[in-house]
Write a protein that binds this ligand. Structure first.
Ligand SMILES: Nc1ncnc2c1ncn2[C@@H]1O[C@H](COP(=O)(O)OP(=O)(O)OP(=O)(O)O)[C@@H](O)[C@H]1O
Ligand SMILES: O=C(O)c1ccc[n+]([C@@H]2O[C@H](COP(=O)([O-])O)[C@@H](O)[C@H]2O)c1
Length: 218
């Protein structure tokens, strides 16, 4: 696999470098925030935008509503420099396709799509992935449970485009939203897995009390 170590650069640039972290964020957790901050630092980004998915088509229905997921994102990044939220996917109807999002972003910046090793392994199932890698640079973080490896088809596509896949230096974190949801439904501690303000929001709003109560759009 052609994975290139990420090189921070302090040289002046004409183009902004914007990281994009798409996800279900059901709920946002500490590894998401750590991933965005590592990317800011290691890839010398100007900003990272969190992009909550409206209807992630490869998943079972999400449990929290778009409004709750957005509120938790806002709490998680409050006061943290150079982190922002782009809610455009919540404003679209129908299945959420990353390619549609990328086509709608303003031209100008260099965009870097951040993802964990699990989604890298899954990448060639994404709608229009061949075009996605023309529009963004991928930067992958290691994640427990999935080897850091690109699918062969992606490696070949990147070679053809003469583009690199960036490996983000990231200390693996054994944290996932599905484990957090399960813990909350079973009344098990989530200590250290959620930003404090998000844990507080979940408790105040009684979210994730049951494993079988997905949010459904009307
Ligand atoms: N612990 C982690 N380490 C590295 N990347 C992560 C980690 N958790 C999430 N990510 C990445 O963040 C992005 C958004 O993740 P998502 O919102 O689906 O959270 P998740 O923890 O993977 O959720 P779930 O457990 O429900 O699958 C994905 O690219 C995913 O690979
Ligand atoms: O566009 C697609 O076909 C596609 C398929 C799977 C995942 N994605 C995106 O990958 C990001 C992480 O997804 P998830 O399911 O791990 O939360 C999120 O932004 C999804 O919209 C996108």
């Amino acid at each position: 696999m052609a994975v290139t170590a990420a090189q921070p650069s302090s040289t002046r640039r004409a183009k902004a470098r914007v990281g994009l972290l798409g996800g279900s964020f059901d709920p946002i957790h500490v590894a998401h925030v750590a991933l965005a901050q590592a990317a800011l630092r290691e890839l010398a980004l100007d900003r990272v935008d969190f992009i909550p998915a409206g209807e992630p088509w490869q998943r079972a229905p999400l449990q929290a509503s778009p409004a709750d997921r957005l509120a938790m994102l806002e709490l998680a990044i409050a006061g943290l420099p150079s982190l922002a939220i782009n809610p455009m996917e919540l404003q679209r109807q129908g299945a959420t396709y990353t390619l549609e999002t990328l086509r709608a972003l303003p031209a100008g910046p260099d965009y870097i799509w951040l993802l964990g090793a699990d989604q890298l392994a899954n990448f060639c199932t994404w709608n229009g992935w061949e075009e996605i890698v023309e529009r963004v640079t991928l930067a992958v973080a290691s994640r427990p449970g999935t080897p850091l490896a690109a699918p062969q088809a992606l490696t070949e596509r990147l070679r053809g485009l003469q583009r690199s896949l960036l490996a983000l230096p990231f200390t693996p974190m054994d944290v996932s939203a599905s484990d957090i949801r399960q813990r909350l439904a079973q009344g098990v501690s989530t200590a250290g897995r959620l930003p404090a303000a998000v844990a507080d929001y979940i408790a105040r709003h009684g979210l994730y009390q049951s494993a079988a109560a997905p949010f459904t759009r009307t």
